[in-house]
Structures are given as C-alpha cells and as structure tokens.
Design a protein around this ligand. Structure first.
Ligand SMILES: [Zn+2]
Length: 152
C-alpha cells in the first residue's frame, strides 16, 4: 500500500521552499533542485512523487517557476504524442521541477528535446486535441490543502 504521509510531509517542505522563493530568498535553480529532491524523497518510503509536488502542481511552471495565471495553459511533458522520442527523459534532462510547463517553456523544452523548432507547437496542438482542458489549465493558486488534508 502506498504511503501518502511521506508525500504530505515533503509537500509541506515544498510549501516552505515556495514561501522562501516568493520572498526572493532562493534562486530559481536552487528552488528547483530542492523541489526535485522533495519529489525523489518520497521513495524513502512507498510514496508518490506527485503528492510531494501537489502544492505547486496546479499553478507553477516546472521550468521558469513563474505563477501561471488562472485559466492559462500549463502543459505536461507527459502528455506529448509518440512522435516525441524518449519522452520519459525530458524532465531529468531539462532539470524540471515538475512536468507541467507554461506555454513558452513547453515550446522551448519540447523543440530542443526533439531538435525541431516546430515540435513544441505541434505537441501543443496534439495536447489540446487529445486532453481534457481541465488537465492543462492553471488554477492560478497554490493548493489550499495538503493532498486533501488541512495544512497544520
Ligand atoms: Zn515557464
């Protein structure tokens, strides 16, 4: 059975990282490394990486870390078509904090990964055609709960 508490524990660390980041106390690359390390940390138990990322998953770009306003796009690099080779290496290669990216970063990351300047736009079209809109739209706000539990 998977351990949801370790995800909540590390998600609470992600919340602290973002509080410091929002106070300009952390550089973007440092914040991203810390966030990644929280996601990986769930494997000290049988946890789920997405639970450690829940705080930012609904609203932040995993590359530039900007807050994406409500209703704007937040595309996942895991939603791409099978025209994208070796898609599971994208997150690590591009040093992303999460798999969800703002439009500019998604376009850049996918185009570089595919070595094709049109690939980003092509994959955005693919996602908008094949995914439900709610799956690639920003909520514009941090999650108000910790994976469904009240913050303490
Ligand atoms: Zn971005």
């Amino acid at each position: 059975m998977s351990d949801h508490d370790i995800g909540r524990g590390l998600n609470s660390v992600v919340k602290t990282i973002m509080e410091l980041y929002d106070q300009n106390a952390l550089e973007t690359e440092v914040a991203k490394k810390l966030i990644r390390s929280c996601a990986k940390g769930v494997h000290w138990s049988d946890g789920n990486e997405y639970e450690a990322l829940d705080y930012i998953y609904s609203c932040r770009c995993g590359k530039c870390l900007k807050m994406v306003p409500k209703g704007e796009k937040l595309y996942s690099v895991d939603m791409v078509s099978n025209q994208v080779p070796d898609m599971y290496s994208i997150e690590k290669k591009a040093g992303l904090a999460t798999d969800r990216l703002c439009t500019e970063c998604f376009d850049e990351v996918i185009s570089i990964h595919c070595d094709d300047p049109q690939a980003g736009k092509r994959e955005i079209e693919y996602i908008e055609k094949n995914e439900r809109e709610e799956n690639y739209i920003s909520e514009g706000n941090y999650r108000s709960t910790n994976n469904g539990c009240r913050w303490r």
